[in-house]
Design a protein around this ligand. Sequence first.
Ligand code: IDC
Length: 492
Amino acid sequence: MKLRNMVWLVCLALVVCLIVVGCDASLQPQQQTAQPIQAEQATQTEIPPQGTPAVEEPIGQSEPEELQRNEEGEGYFGSLSVEGGALTDGNGSVVQLKGVSSHGLSWFPQFVNEDAMRQMKEEWGCNVFRLAMYTEEYNGYCSGDEANRETLKELIDTAVRAAEELKLYIIIDWHILSDNNPLLHKDEAVAFFREMAEKYSDKDHVIYEICNEPNGDTSWEDIREYAEEVIPVIREHTEAVVLVGTPTWSQDIDRAVENPLTGYDNIMYTLHFYAATHKEELRSKMAEAALAGLPVFVSEFGICDASGNGAVDEAEADLWLERINEYNISYVMWNFSNKDESSAMITATSTKTSGFIADDLSQAGKWFVGRMGGELPQVVDEEEGQTDKTDDAVRAVLANSWESNGGVAYQYVATVQNNTDGELSTWKLRLVFNQDIELQDGWNGEYNITGDTLTITPMEYNAVVAQGGAVSDIGFILESAPGLELLEAVME
Ligand code: IDC
């Protein structure tokens, strides 16, 4: 009797289990793939059924249970296309690009480097980097000479190649501004985009922004006329996403709603805002365009005023971000440089071009990284003794430390200062610690370790130091037991 009861009980339990599992599966068909996505990762969601206004069926960060992590991970989705007003990956799932824009490539070329791009991607959670190539202002593509044009194209190429490795999208931005009408430099634009599209025809991660901000009396008809000439040239080589600016510094997106370009796939229209200047009126315009099914891309925004300077308005910036996410719109923040203006993400006093810690970021920079859910290393344990033991020409500062692989990771930033009376043709640093170390990562130098001693020699590009000059941002991460101390840092 007892045995039979037990058999019955086991069978009953099995049946109940099967029913429960079955119900659960039918209620949550996507459970295997749906997992909460990390804040710093770009989002990818189910595309809403055609014709469903996004406002009724909000997609994006607000409904984490609907989010799917892209199999490729890291916020990189391979080749992109535009479907039903949304940016999508190859499987038709909506994706959102998030990232930063360079300042003018001629102004701040040093900020376009692989280490900085790696930090954007890996620590801040960006999946797109925009290269703002002014056409007119300061050594612009059209105002500068041929050598300048070559330099700009080389910088673009450096970024495109680094981004390919890092799985970061790149926007090549034809940054018209004081040359207010894109028709002014149409021939140059046609030639430039022909060259770029041919060169990068097989690069899934390149996006073309054909005119930053038409302004003045430039009409939507002018922009259309320009786009009708530039887009076909790009299309001879690639189906990559093309971003088209709109009148009034890319604010009149409603004109594109009324009369969008036809006959091309993968076209998006840009809306730009500066939170301390542009508020609910422009936000509604953006939302209406998205609701009307227009593919909208915020390829530039700032959280200060439209001059790129003035006070930052975080409250208004948060309202913008909320609305942007509601419609799953991609966004790119102006600007990744240390210019002394409030839109610059790096403080003017920072001398670094990568390896940024919290102190290097401006209010705008901190806001951005914070909202991205990214990491902001703080300066910790910067004990006086740590820098005192260095000689005049070498400064090595512990920037951060954290637990790692059962030990501790120590991030240092070193600077070489040329205090001699002539140029240094090369340099070599020797850093001695109180215990054995291992190298986890290092940038802007060649690193060698024997026991407790680290030697650093330059890369090709930072070997020569002018008299009175310095090489900053020699950065490295060491692994060691707790209690690591730098005993000596000298130039050999
Ligand atoms: C600003 C830069 C500033 C530079 C100026 C050149 O922040 O350092 O001197 O351009 O005219 C835009 C433009 C963008 C502007 C930015 C802030 O796309 O080039 O950058 N802005 O004025 N549209 C609205 C604001």
